[in-house]
Design a protein around this ligand. Structure first.
Ligand SMILES: C[S@@+](CC[C@H](N)C(=O)[O-])C[C@H]1O[C@@H](n2cnc3c(N)ncnc32)[C@H](O)[C@@H]1O
Length: 239
């Protein structure tokens, strides 16, 4: 972790991360999510999207069975972590899929039991714009999850609460048997972030592409009435 100033120096999770050799205080969010929902213990393959500097990857290596595949992707390089593989990839680009597939083939892994996403855009600028970019990144991560997640698998994502938050939940509810929202103690109370878990992936044979198209999902292009019908008859939506 880099040089930290002000209130962060006093932060308990910052101190704990240093003591435990974790690269980020964010590591504790995954520790607490896993303590509560227990998805890592039986995971033989974990895909961590937007993983730098690698705090979640360290936790994933520690909490999964020995020899599990832990693969982390980020725009920026991730320094090596024993027991994990890191690739410098933009998760919004289609080339990233073929890179993930290659690692899966090399490790004879058919699917990931857990897909994690803790991504935040590096755009800066207005907060409203940042929230929208983060929510868009969430939909990109859901797209990858639908490609690589095993049936009944678990998806965990950070979500910045915004006007599109309910659309994100709606999207996940079409794909998972259960959707849980939980803010770990390590997530600062003043932060707009929360964590959403998709439990037991439905693995539908076909997904309507509009469900994973953020322009469609976020711009209110699904009229509320239609949305209600889709919610009640999800088989119409996922065919
Ligand atoms: C909060 S950090 C993740 C922290 C990480 N979970 C940990 O514990 O170390 C958010 C990351 O999202 C990454 N990111 C943002 N947009 C991305 C994209 N399109 N593709 C890949 N990574 C991205 C950033 O580079 C940044 O490293």
């Amino acid at each position: 972790m880099g040089k930290v100033k002000g209130k962060h120096r006093l932060d308990i999770y910052y101190k704990l991360a240093k003591e435990h050799g974790y690269r980020s205080r964010a590591s504790w969010k995954l520790v607490q999510l896993d303590d509560n929902f227990r998805f890592l213990k039986s995971a033989h393959a974990v895909l961590d999207l937007c993983a730098a500097p690698g705090g979640w990857m360290q936790v994933a290596v520690q909490h999964t069975p020995i020899d599990s595949l832990v693969l982390g992707l980020d725009l920026v390089p991730i320094a090596p972590i024993r027991g994990a593989i890191a690739l410098q990839q933009d998760i919004t680009k289609s080339v990233c899929k073929s890179k993930v597939k290659r690692v899966m083939e090399e490790h004879r892994v058919m699917a990931f039991d857990v897909v994690l996403h803790d991504g935040s855009p590096n755009v800066g600028g207005a907060w409203a714009q940042e929230k929208m970019s983060q929510n868009t990144l969430v939909i990109d991560s859901v797209k990858l999850a639908t490609q690589f997640l095993a049936p009944k698998g678990t998806f965990v994502t950070k979500v910045f609460r915004s006007q599109d938050y309910s659309s994100v939940l709606y999207c996940l509810k079409q794909l998972f048997e259960e959707v849980k929202v939980w803010k770990p103690h390590a997530s600062r109370p003043e932060s707009a972030e929360t964590y959403v878990l998709g439990l037991r992936y439905n693995a539908p044979a076909k997904i309507d592409p509009r469900l994973l198209d953020f322009k469609h999902l976020f711009q209110g292009s699904i009229e509320p009435q239609k949305k209600m019908i889709y919610q009640n008859f999800s088989w119409i939506w996922i065919i």
